[in-house]
Design a protein. Structure first.
Ligand code: PAF
Length: 287
């Protein structure tokens, strides 16, 4: 596996390949990321065998962090990340410095549509999806992948990227990898490392709340009496009573994340974000 830090070195490392698969990350990798890397490898090997190339990027993207968020403290664990990527099918790691990726302030930015990017995560993290879309578009231009793999854990992010690829006619197939969970059900996240031991034990309650809302939605939907706001409010209250500060726990349509107001035959998803102590966790569950 090659590790490169500059655009010029990356271009040299990106030998012509029959198929190029890409996994963008911010590093501090966990098993969920490694499974995305394995998926990338499997797609390449299954489609073109030896002629393919897998690329991962590691870059903590300042543009997607708000002024009071954890950009400065976000763990940078490059050496360990590279060892994990090498063991999980990665051919090339691109780990640029900020100066390499943003040699000058990035004044051209990708602005996803408000109906997708200013709701849910975008409402609580203004500018987040502009930052994500801009860096992902830039990384796509640099790496020029045929396939890109993103985790479903960041459900809204995956949707924004899919829409960007479709709207900008980027010749990239976007693949979503299932959320990897710990044994107790907590979705793996780089930010789980911020949790104290007590918080870690409590953290699973977010996915428990989502499971409860999903079950209520399924049952009430089947009975034709779905009171979504009451079910969402009850799930948020239950978390508040345990000491959480929920931003949202909500039932949405899978295809565009628009709200549901009553019984609905379309595929649905429950999404949640809540703070436990100083750590903000997100999760989702397809219904
Ligand atoms: O999901 C992430 O880790 C980041 O948002 C991404 C896609 C690597 C862009 O910085």
């Amino acid at each position: 596996m090659q590790i490169v830090h500059t655009l010029a070195d990356l271009r040299r490392a990106l030998k012509p390949a029959a198929l190029r698969a890409f996994v963008p990350t911010m590093g501090n990798l966990h098993q969920g990321h490694l499974e995305l890397m394995q998926m990338a490898r499997q797609h390449v090997d299954a489609r073109v065998g030896q002629g393919g190339l897998t690329v991962a990027s590691i870059f903590v993207n300042r543009l997607q962090f708000g002024p009071h968020e954890d950009f400065d403290t976000y763990p940078r664990t490059l050496e360990n990340d590279c060892a994990l990527l090498a063991a999980n099918g990665c051919d090339v790691v691109f780990a640029p410095s900020e100066k390499d990726l943003y040699p000058e302030p990035q004044v051209f930015k990708v602005h996803p549509p408000a109906e997708l990017a200013d709701i849910l995560e975008g409402a609580f993290r203004p500018g987040f999806f502009v930052g994500v879309s801009t860096v992902v578009h830039k990384l796509f231009n640099i790496v020029q992948p045929d396939i890109a793999v993103f985790g479903k854990k960041d459900y809204q992010q995956l949707m924004v990227i899919r829409r960007m690829v479709q709207q900008m006619a980027l010749p990239i197939e976007v693949i979503g990898g299932e959320t990897r969970r710990a044994d107790d059900g907590l979705a793996l996240s780089s930010r789980n490392g911020y949790l104290s031991a007590d918080e870690r034990a409590e953290a699973v309650q977010l996915s428990t709340a989502l499971k409860g809302l999903a079950a209520a939605a399924r049952a009430d939907n089947a009975a034709g009496q779905l009171d979504v706001s009451a079910a969402e409010a009850a799930a948020m209250d239950a978390l508040r009573q345990r000491g959480w500060a929920p931003d949202y726990i909500t039932l949405r349509r899978q295809h565009d994340l628009s709200p549901v107001s009553g019984p609905c035959a379309e595929p649905l998803v429950v999404l949640g974000a809540a703070k436990l102590g100083k750590t903000r966790l997100i999760d989702n569950l397809e219904v």
